[in-house]
Design a protein around this ligand. Structure first.
Ligand SMILES: C[S@@+](CC[C@H](N)C(=O)[O-])C[C@H]1O[C@@H](n2cnc3c(N)ncnc32)[C@H](O)[C@@H]1O
Length: 163
């Protein structure tokens, strides 16, 4: 399970196992947030996997919730479809850079603080650096943590070149 808590007012979680979407939704509801039905991220050509750490379905599910203050944000995308250039990822299970760019852009605001509890290769953090968000991340695997830090620091440094 990966969780991206996008912005201090909102939360977005992404996972491949649809049952987890229900668990995450319940947790967010318990925190007093209004939780929407999970949004799909669909990569055409992906398959139902019957082995490995699955079972997993052909979609990733994005759980989006809001607080009362966020009702002024209006309407936002109700799902994402992978397209050309959307398949780049650094590690198995990582999320495409363009998906995380879209989620961070749509569901947080400039200056918001974004939490990714399962950073992997740090794609969410890289998106935050590019889009002017602050970022906090956790990662249990030392090698992945080092790669994340390297990529995220480089992305923030790149941003400062143009500030
Ligand atoms: C699929 S990757 C994360 C992808 C990433 N969020 C992205 O946007 O590309 C899941 C990561 O969670 C890490 N992980 C698993 N259990 C964890 C835990 N208890 N605490 C922190 N990280 C954990 C794994 O090492 C793995 O790198």
């Amino acid at each position: 399970m990966e969780t991206q808590d996008v912005g201090h007012l909102g939360a977005v979680c992404v996972n491949r196992i649809s049952m987890l979407a229900m668990t995450i939704s319940a947790e967010l509801e318990a925190l007093g947030r209004y939780v929407f039905a999970p949004l799909p991220f669909y990569a055409p050509g992906s398959r139902v996997r019957l082995s490995g750490d699955g079972p997993s379905s052909w979609t990733n599910w994005i759980v989006v919730s809001r607080t009362a203050a966020q009702h002024r944000w209006g309407t936002l995308p109700g799902g994402y479809v992978s397209g050309p250039g959307w398949n780049d990822k650094q590690r198995m299970g990582g999320k495409p850079t363009l998906l995380m760019d879209s989620l961070v852009s749509d569901y947080s605001r400039r200056g918001d603080l974004v939490l990714d509890t399962h950073m992997g290769a740090g794609t969410t953090g890289v998106a935050c650096a590019r889009l002017g968000r602050r970022f906090i991340g956790c990662e249990i695997d030392g090698e992945a943590f080092d790669l994340s830090c390297e990529r995220i620091h480089a992305a923030y440094a790149q941003g400062r070149l143009f500030a």
